[in-house]
Design a protein around this ligand. Structure first.
Ligand code: TXA
Ligand code: MG
Length: 341
């Protein structure tokens, strides 16, 4: 299949919008990660998204809108709390799970009677959705299992020849996927942590927000006895069986080091030397703050693979707020391969 490259011009955005309207698949930038868009109400188009990504069909998609009015198309029941969240955080990196209308195909929602909705902040995305005249189902525009794409070149690497068009844009400013909050139960429940934190949501709703059981409990690792050793095997076992599968996985092996700043620096340095003496190509990843980590992590593990790295050594972030959300991605990428030091 030939993939058309669209530039960020009015003419091209209009043409890309028409492609979506006609049932085509078009990847586009958002502030979180690049999305792979299709008309959310067109079953055939949505089916093609699953096959282009190689994604299991029971994994529901987020439907992207450009106007508050579009909510009516998707949900018969937009509660006061949902509106409060939409007003506070849209356009932006928050996805709200609500009851779905019958008109929303089950293939879009992975068979669920709920629909996940987000209004992205990136102006190019908003213009594209508006021009398409549709509501747009868009998972991240990577091959299933690969790191989410935060630059246009990542989408080209994964999707060229598999989809109808790619709308080229800037590097994503947030860099990890949106926070997903389920608003259909007794309590607001975070299904996927992201840039908008539980505290941000609690501040707006003035009620407690829960973490879904499927999310690992906060990782409170005690320092291990043999602090100088890197020989210990995986210390952290996720509670939920589904969490053991690799997501966002680089080709290279990946190990996370968690402990005091000094211990982590020493352990990573030792491990790096040991591996390099063995002739291995090592990439070290460490961040100053969680915003930088969110923005760069997916891009850096893709770059490590391109550079032919054998192993990536990562310094754990502090497991709070945005740090917790980024650690969620780092842990999944490594297959929960974490060492306490
Ligand atoms: O930032 C983002 O959310 C990006 C950009 C493109 O907007 N999209 C994205 O989509 O990350 P995707 O498909 O990679 O992740 C969608 C997440 C999955 O974890 C899925 O299980 C959850 O949202 N989800 C979607 N619909 C849901 C529903 N009805 N109920 C519960 N979870 C849902
Ligand atoms: Mg994804």
């Amino acid at each position: 299949m030939e993939t058309k490259i669209f530039k960020n011009t009015n003419e091209d955005i209009e043409a890309a919008g028409k492609m979506l309207r006609d049932g085509g698949l078009v990847a586009f930038p958002t502030e979180t990660v690049y999305g792979l868009g299709a008309d959310a109400l067109n079953e055939t188009a949505v089916e093609r998204v699953y096959s282009a990504k190689g994604r299991p069909a029971d994994n529901p998609m987020i439907v992207h809108i450009s106007h508050m009015n579009d909510l009516k198309i998707l949900s018969p029941e937009v509660t006061e709390d949902m509106m409060k969240l939409a007003v506070a955080f849209w356009p932006g990196p928050l996805t709200i799970v609500m009851k779905k209308r019958e008109e929303v195909p089950l293939i879009t929602t992975g068979g669920l009677d709920t629909v996940a909705v987000r209004m992205p902040k990136e102006p190019v995305a908003l213009r594209l959705i508006e021009k398409s005249g549709c509501v747009i189902a868009a998972p991240s525009a990577n091959l299933s299992g690969k790191p989410s794409p935060t630059k246009a070149e990542h989408v080209v690497d994964d999707m060229m020849g598999r989809i109808d068009g790619i709308l080229m844009g800037e590097e994503c400013s947030v860099g990890i996927e949106s926070t997903v909050v389920d608003m259909t139960g007794a309590y607001p429940t975070i299904l996927r942590p992201g840039f908008i934190t539980p505290k941000d949501i609690e501040r707006v709703l003035k009620k407690p927000v829960k973490l879904d059981k499927g999310l690992e409990a906060k990782i409170n690792l005690e320092p291990s006895k043999d602090a100088s050793s890197c020989e210990s095997s995986t210390d952290f076992k996720p509670k939920s069986p589904g969490m053991k599968y690799k997501h966002y996985a680089p080709e290279a092996d990946m190990v996370i080091f968690q402990g005091s700043v000094a211990n982590v620096a020493e352990a990573i340095s030792k491990e790096r030397h040991r591996l390099e003496e063995d002739g291995k190509k090592v990439v070290v990843i460490a961040y100053e703050n969680p915003e930088e980590a969110a923005r760069n992590f997916f891009s850096e593990i893709r770059a490590a693979d391109k550079a032919g790295a054998d192993i990536i050594l990562v310094a754990a972030l502090e497991d709070e707020d945005l740090g917790y959300s980024v650690m969620n991605r780092i842990l999944k990428s490594s297959g929960y391969n974490i060492k306490k030091v």
